[in-house]
Design a protein around this ligand. Structure first.
Ligand SMILES: [Ca+2]
Length: 167
């Protein structure tokens, strides 16, 4: 098999589904992604001022209303997490709403484990801002998984996932 690599950056074709180099994620995957959306939106560093997300790229589970969903963000290497923030998409009277429930898991040595929340933190769904949670103790992992339960007859959406690491 011959694999062709572009030798000059101007020869590379722009790919809207490719993550920017500076993204903390090596790869983003999801249980389901609506046709007009992309998982890349979760880690492209771009976010709207509002949760309605009219001006930002987004990931949504449109087409699977009411069904539980997940998004996995894999890091370039094992990282020590300081905080995780989710900027949810929510459209009042729309089909994409805040999830009924959500939680995080982390992958450690190839196994998914619960993300133990810092005592005063909770999995929130506040509009127009990142909903930030911290681990109870230093947390080394290779990937983070957001598990979402939508409200009845709605889909869920994320404008950006922000992960901060310890030095
Ligand atoms: Ca984004």
């Amino acid at each position: 098999m011959t694999v062709w690599f572009p030798l000059r950056s101007d020869m590379a074709v722009y790919d809207p589904h490719a993550l920017p180099k500076e993204s903390v994620f090596k790869k983003l995957t999801a249980s389901h992604t609506a046709g007009e959306d992309t998982t890349t939106a979760v880690g492209d560093g771009q976010v709207d001022k509002w949760s309605s997300g009219n001006k930002a790229s987004r990931w949504t589970s449109r087409g699977q209303a009411g069904k539980a969903q997940w998004v996995i963000g894999r890091f370039h290497e094992t990282k020590n997490i300081r905080s995780v923030g989710v900027f949810w998409m929510d459209r009042w009277q729309g089909d994409v709403r805040f999830p009924k429930e959500w939680s995080l898991e982390v992958e450690q040595n190839g196994k998914w484990n619960p993300f133990e929340l810092y005592t005063t933190d909770r999995y929130d769904t506040r509009a127009n801002q990142y909903n930030v949670v911290h681990p109870a103790a230093p947390l080394k992992c290779d990937a983070v998984r957001i598990k979402m339960t939508p409200k009845e007859d709605t889909s869920v959406g994320i404008l950006e996932l922000q992960v901060a690491f310890e030095e």
